[in-house]
Design a protein around this ligand. Sequence first.
Ligand SMILES: Nc1ncnc2c1ncn2[C@@H]1O[C@H](COP(=O)(O)OP(=O)(O)O)[C@@H](O)[C@H]1O
Ligand SMILES: [Mg+2]
Length: 258
Amino acid sequence: MTFATLAGTESSEWLAVQDIEVIYDGAILAVAGVSLRVGQGDIVALLGANGAGKSTTLKAISGLVQADRAQVSRGRIVFQGQDTAGVAANLLARQGIVHVLEGRHVFAHLTVEDNLRSGGFLRKPTRRELEQDLERIYAWFPRLKTKRKTQAGLTSGGEQQMLAIGRALMTQPRLVLLDEPSMGLAPMLVEEIFAIVAQLNAEEGMSFLVAEQNINVALRHASYAYILENGRVVSEGDATELAAREDLQHFYLGGKAR
Ligand SMILES: Nc1ncnc2c1ncn2[C@@H]1O[C@H](COP(=O)(O)OP(=O)(O)O)[C@@H](O)[C@H]1O
Ligand SMILES: [Mg+2]
């Protein structure tokens, strides 16, 4: 079997999640029938309320499900022509998939710069390459440069989110799985972060799959979106079309205290 037949022949099949089911602890069905696509160079949004299955879907794609005692029990995930089910997260990271977890995980006791350095080791860079990578990240996130010597735990929520993204970028990913970057941040910072995502996408061709409850900001920056409810895709479409749909606006803006 060739990779081409596995993945289908369209170039839009860069990342294809095909009808996956994910079960935690061999018993809890968290995702049941999610299919989605991300084309190379796309920004795609994965929207839904708390508990809808967004994080679980991202973990299935990055291979981190296994670390959470979960498994993809049905369906397929194909990245660049290869079936990635059961492939360990560190191997997928080498192929260009990086996952920025929900809740801006940083090493609180390390400096901002040491946090970034920790993201670079996967590639075993020379000292000089590492310095160049750091400068690249600082060019994207000037705020991080001003805080380079500060302990990460002492920086603001927005800076920690930028740091979590910056550390992920140290792996030089092709696909970034970004889990709720807006969570708990002031609107201005959310805009700043999404603007950087848009720029990374436009200038470096990096692809993003962004999980969000904040549907308005996500739909403004994504080209396509999927809406999850109870572990299933209940709606999908071009971002501009979804943004114009009143039922979604009511459901998410009316039904959620945030
Ligand atoms: N580690 C876990 N163990 C058991 N159940 C989990 C775990 N993580 C998530 N779940 C369950 O899976 C479902 C989807 O959760 P999640 O993917 O975190 O949704 P979202 O990211 O959209 O809020 C929820 O019902 C949640 O309770
Ligand atoms: Mg989540």
